[in-house]
Design a protein around this ligand. Structure first.
Ligand code: S5P
Length: 475
């Protein structure tokens, strides 16, 4: 039998075992429907199970590269199992509910973040069940972008899944299943028309968009980072339980070092403006580096380079400050074009370095446009080994989970500073604006007690981070 014939045979079989029924039915949600699917019954028919698994294998698995298969619970589980054995691709199992004791794991099996998982499902109507599984897989850092299904009811599921970056391949669409059944005299042309009209009139509701890097925990994102500094920063955040970056905008070396002695344990990153220091010396850098080591934080020089590649390379490597020798990462404008990234990429002979590209600014009336932001992100994605992430204000700016959103313009109370700076609250930047690392300057350095204020910021930021990765927040 050729595949076409096998499909026809399967369609007829599904009809004969009552896995697909025609008449007057009422769904769980109270909607009347002339067609009803119950593929749970197929477990009673080994021959049908075998047929489905062979067809999916030939149709979708033979030429697909994936590391795992995962069935959407429960109907697709036995099919996924058969396929896993047949194609020799390891399976993952998604729980429907977390265990009440022990690990809270939703995905069982051995896997690594970044691996690709193909989803298997029986019927797609709105796509919400596939999406539930995608969500849990993506929470583990797995790549879930493809689903193979037996039947697409053609009621909007394909589109709903596409908006969440999931492509589906189906053995049958409802229309071609109906056509086969008419051809084999299983249903009348009149019934076929009734079903087709019903499908046209009854679309499934749109589903939520879960395409959201901010739902992943930092330790998973560390595994997805392609730049070594970004990886280290994600890991520091996860171990120190802080995503606070202190902007030490002070003008003397002693004031900076004294402050870092007090707050170093609360921060993951220290941001400097090295050219505002009045008594800069090489000794300052030695002491700064030693604090970074002792308290386990990284150093970001906020130089905001914005010249042609050659000049930026000299500014980065030479001069009084020799930034390349001590800064783990630097901020860079995309304004001059790609040459600036090429120059930095070539500048450090394999020494770990990272770039945060400015895609948006916090200041009022800044001239960055949405097009500029989009082009900046595109430019950055060409340099995966160099890029730590973006200095930006919005979750939608980029979606790559291995990159970091560094968001300045944060204070507990004030909303502006009189010179154009605009502030958001820690809660807002974490829950609405997608910040990963949050930059606080004067909110801490100008406080009566910077030490206790740093702790306040660290705690409120971490509380909101936990809220968002636990999924217990409105998105
Ligand atoms: O858009 C931006 C980008 C940056 S890096 N807006 C900013 O405010 N910054 C920097 O973050 C700015 O240069 C300053 O060092 C810090 C914010 O300081 P604060 O005192 O307003 O919290």
């Amino acid at each position: 039998m050729c595949d076409e014939q096998k499909l026809e045979h399967l369609a007829v079989k599904l009809f004969e075992i009552n896995a697909v029924k025609f008449g007057e039915f009422t769904t769980k949600s109270g909607i009347k429907t002339p067609v009803y699917f119950d593929l749970r019954v197929i477990v009673s028919y080994p021959e049908v199970m075998q047929l489905i698994s062979n067809l999916i294998h030939d149709f979708a698995l033979k030429d697909t590269k994936c590391d795992h298969l995962c069935g959407v619970p429960y109907t697709a589980l036995p099919i996924a199992t058969l396929l896993s054995v047949q194609a020799n691709i390891p399976m993952l199992m998604r729980r429907k509910e977390a265990k009440a004791y022990g690990t809270k794991k939703m995905i069982e099996g051995h896997y690594k973040a970044g691996q690709k998982c193909l989803i298997i499902e029986d019927v797609v109507t709105s796509g919400s069940s596939v999406l539930e599984t995608v969500k849990d897989l993506r929470k583990e850092g797995l790549v879930a972008e493809e689903a193979v299904i037996i039947l697409d009811r053609e009621q909007g599921g394909r589109q709903n899944l596409a908006t969440n970056d999931v492509a589906i391949k189906s053995l049958f669409t409802m229309s071609n299943l109906i056509n086969i059944l008419v051809e084999h005299n299983k249903i009348s042309a009149q019934m076929a028309l009734k079903v087709k009209n019903y499908l046209n009139d009854t679309k499934a509701p749109a589903v939520e968009n879960i395409q959201d890097r901010t739902l992943l925990p930092y330790e998973k994102r560390a595994e997805l980072a392609t730049n070594s500094i970004a990886k280290e920063l994600f890991n520091i955040m996860a171990t120190k339980k802080t995503n606070l970056c202190l902007s030490v905008d002070l003008t003397t070396t002693t004031s900076i070092l004294d402050l870092l002695e007090k707050v170093g344990e609360h921060v993951c990153l220290v941001k400097t403006h090295i050219d505002i220091i009045e008594d800069f010396s090489a000794d300052f850098i030695t002491r700064l580096k030693s604090l970074a080591k002792r308290f386990n934080f990284l150093i970001l020089e906020d130089r905001k380079y914005a010249d042609i590649g050659n000049t930026v390379s000299l500014q980065y490597l030479k001069g009084l400050y020799k930034v390349a020798e001590w800064a783990d990462c630097v901020t860079v404008h995309s304004l001059p074009g790609e040459g600036i990234l090429k120059a930095l990429n070539n500048s450090t002979n394999g020494v770990s370095q990272g770039v945060f590209l400015l895609a948006e600014m916090s200041s009022e009336g800044n001239l960055i446009t949405p097009d500029y932001t989009e082009e900046t992100v595109k430019m950055a994605l060409k340099y995966p080994n160099l890029m730590c992430g973006f200095v930006c204000q919005n979750k939608s700016t980029f979606k790559e989970p291995g990159l970091i959103q560094l968001t300045p313009g944060v204070q507990l109370e004030s909303t502006k500073d009189g010179l154009g700076q605009v502030y958001n609250t820690p809660e807002k930047v974490m829950l609405e604006k997608g910040a990963d690392v949050v930059v606080v300057g004067r909110g801490i350095v100008a406080a009566k007690s910077p030490e206790s204020q740093a702790l306040v910021y660290k705690d409120v930021l971490w509380k909101n981070y936990l809220k968002r990765v636990s999924g217990k927040m409105e998105l």
